[in-house]
Design a protein around this ligand. Structure first.
Ligand code: BJW
Ligand code: ZN
Length: 268
């Protein structure tokens, strides 16, 4: 297939200038340079597991201790990480759109909370948050930043060991209301995105004339469908990624390279 994507900052700037409704969709790649492992490719393994094998309701049902070790490890990494220039560029874009009376929505597949820490407001967290729990019994959702989240996970979750902690269920994080088992409030494979999140996303994509897709492999639905959808409705798609992806051929612009460099470059 012919490469038709442009990397002209000048042309991109004029499209951005004329856009009325700008949407950013980010994925794990935007946080890679903050030291947070992505899912696919290098760093996508935790112990001997493919990270996506653990992100399923079946994995949690079979071994909640193992899945909690994995999420505890990721909470530890993120707590010690900071947003990078890519996150800050997205936050600055939101402020600029507000000044210029453009609509702006940030959709992220990431659960790390780094966009908000960089100053982005009203972030739509498509796949939930590392910093929220949901009770398997009463379904209550709570914010929880305790480190460790429970005593039994202290010192557990190391990626370079084969030893499983095998924590008894009663010592895993439990609900303060009903003592049910808590799980991370994230969206695993086969689960639906929250209704409110879906509504906000549909509103964002409706009439979006410029979509920036940053650091996502664009293989996980529904987010993988957003670029083709925007393009089909006549909007412009700009991709920021170190690699090509299945959506690259929907893109008018392709800024190939680390998003911490290419976002500030393209967004001025
Ligand atoms: C850089 C960089 C740098 C690196 N700078 N770039 C339609 C067709 C086929 C299947 C389905 C379908 N609809 C639904 C499905 C099933 C499934 C699915 O999509 N499967 C596919 C894999 C085929 N989807 C679902 O189950 C979704 N639910 C749903 O649709 O419900 C209704 C339904 C259910 C069942 C059947 C049908 C309908 C839910 C998906 C939930 C995904 N959850 C996870 C875990 C979240 C919690 C957690 O974080 O632990 O979300 S999986 C994982 O993948 C995580 C991520 O958000 C998601 C996407 O990954 P992302 O962000 O793209 O990261 P990577 O690692 O893949 O890519 C990184 C990219 O960055 C790469 O491209 C690098 O090149 C780049 N990069 N460094 C710029 N410095
Ligand atoms: Zn409960």
């Amino acid at each position: 297939q012919q490469r038709l994507m442009s990397d002209s900052v000048q042309d991109f700037t004029s499209v951005l200038q004329n856009a009325k409704k700008v949407v950013v969709l980010s994925g794990a790649g935007i946080s890679a340079e903050s030291g947070i492992p992505t899912f696919r490719g290098e760093g996508g393994l935790w112990r001997d597991y493919d990270a996506t094998e653990l992100a399923t309701p079946g994995a949690f049902a079979a071994n909640p201790s193992l899945v909690w070790e994995f999420y505890h490890y990721r909470r530890t990494i993120v707590a010690g990480a900071a947003p990078n220039a890519g996150h800050y560029a997205v936050a600055a874009l939101q402020r600029r759109c507000r000044r210029q009376d453009k609509d702006f929505v940030l959709l992220t597949q990431n659960i790390d909370g780094l966009h908000a820490r960089a100053g982005s407001n009203d972030v739509v967290e498509l796949h939930g948050s590392l910093w929220k729990t949901r009770c398997c019994h009463c379904k209550a959702v709570e914010t929880n930043r305790d480190m460790p989240i429970c005593a039994a996970l202290d010192g557990k979750g190391a990626p370079d060991t084969a030893n499983e902690a095998n924590i008894p269920s009663m010592q895993l994080p439990r609900c303060q209301k009903c003592n049910g088992l808590l799980r991370p409030h994230v969206v695993w494979f086969g689960e639906c995105l929250e209704r409110d999140v879906m509504n906000r996303t549909n509103d964002a994509l409706q009439g979006c004339d410029l979509l920036l897709v940053v650091g996502t492999s664009a293989v996980v639905y529904p987010a993988a469908g957003y670029a083709p959808m925007v393009k089909a409705h006549g909007g412009v798609v700009a991709e920021f990624n170190t690699e090509d992806t299945p959506i690259s051929y929907n893109c008018r612009f392709k800024f190939q390279g680390p998003s911490s460099v290419k976002l500030p470059l393209a967004l001025g």
